[in-house]
Design a protein around this ligand. Structure first.
Ligand SMILES: [Zn+2]
Length: 167
């Protein structure tokens, strides 16, 4: 099922990264707080069209199996299409930088982003605190593959507050 096109509040450019990061933050707020994990929201956008089109949304633990927000976005999109479609340039918004290591041994989100392909920009709300993993190497891994990694100004403290709910 396609998420409904969001209502763009007056005065907000629909291609403004803050608009989509706010939607990702709204997703993060749906997470059931966890003492042992972060509460993150993500939005996957088709940035080849104007206005940009939301293709999938996700939040931590939304799907079964201790899922991460980015992972949920990919899973939902793959349910509709077996692979990323040619010619689409995807932009991913996530309230916290994608994980580069998971204590559970599951595939880190940064590797899922690289495997998905066609993602040209990852917007990030805040850095991953070193609560569970000492050093997040996602920035480096994405940069090595030519994927732009951009912070969204002014939203990091709220993203961090929501991410650490239940801690
Ligand atoms: Zn992750």
């Amino acid at each position: 099922m396609q998420p409904e096109a969001p209502h763009h509040p007056a005065g907000v450019d629909s291609d403004d990264p803050r608009f989509f990061m706010q939607l990702a933050l709204d997703e993060a707020k749906k997470c059931v707080p966890s003492q042992t994990a972060f509460s993150v929201g993500a939005v996957l956008v088709d940035s080849t069209v104007r206005p940009h089109k939301i293709l999938a949304t996700g939040f931590s633990r939304e799907l079964e199996g201790n899922t991460h927000a980015e992972e949920v976005c990919f899973t939902k999109l793959m349910r509709e299409a077996s692979s990323p479609r040619d010619g689409i340039e995807y932009t991913l918004y996530t309230t916290m930088e994608p994980c580069s290591e998971r204590l559970s041994g599951k595939k880190p989100c940064v590797d899922r982003i690289l495997e998905f392909g066609s993602i040209s920009i990852v917007y990030v709300g805040c850095q991953e605190p070193s609560t569970f993993v000492a050093e997040n190497t996602a920035t480096l891994k994405l940069a090595e593959q030519g994927i732009r990694y951009l912070p969204v100004d002014g939203m990091s403290s709220e993203c961090r507050d929501v991410a650490t709910r239940g801690h």
